[in-house]
Ligand binder design. Structure first.
Ligand SMILES: [Zn+2]
Length: 108
């Protein structure tokens, strides 16, 4: 089958190592493009990846949040689920910096 992404490569059966938010989920069967390396999973495998993410407690950890104003600065609300997952607590120190248009907050 032709790759729907690059339209040049052919899809071959193989395995992909899936990670979500930097957490390793396991190896899963997929069709992989021999040109652009894009991978495609069927519905069953997509469900299995979702189950693995739920077991690790990281399913739906990516969330929308609001940027609010506090004094002259802006504040980003960290949803409870993410705070719990990263064991963040009020008063913790963090290192904040941009990275390719993203905002990185590292707890230190
Ligand atoms: Zn491709």
């Amino acid at each position: 089958m032709r790759c729907p992404v690059c339209e040049k490569g052919t899809l071959k059966k193989g395995n992909i190592e899936e990670t979500m938010f930097g957490v390793y989920l396991g190896k899963f069967p997929a069709e992989i493009c021999n040109k652009c390396n894009e991978s495609f999973t069927d519905q069953k495998t997509t469900g299995a990846i979702q189950e693995a993410a739920k077991k690790k407690g990281i399913w739906n950890l990516g969330k929308k949040t609001k940027i609010t104003k506090t004094g002259n600065s802006l504040a980003v609300r960290i949803p409870k689920e993410i705070a719990n997952f990263l064991k963040l607590e009020e008063g913790n120190e963090a290192y904040i910096h941009p990275d390719k248009g993203k905002l990185i907050v590292e707890s230190i």
